[in-house]
Design a protein around this ligand. Structure first.
Ligand SMILES: [Zn+2]
Length: 57
């Protein structure tokens, strides 16, 4: 894990987010919930692909 930069789909701004290491025993969740610093809403980011949920390829 580590530093992740994603593009906020609402504002188009690049937002930096620190992706936490999943703790042992945590339910395996592919998506990280991120409170966006640009639009203050929640986005979901896939831990494996580091892409936003719903983001176009
Ligand atoms: Zn956003």
């Amino acid at each position: 894990m580590g530093n992740l930069i994603f593009k906020c789909p609402r504002t188009g701004m690049n937002v930096q987010h620190w992706l936490e290491e999943p703790k042992p025993g945590d339910p395996a969740c592919a998506y990280e919930t991120v409170v966006c610093k640009a639009c203050t809403r929640l986005h979901f980011i896939n831990r494996d692909t580091r892409k936003l949920l719903g983001e176009r390829e």
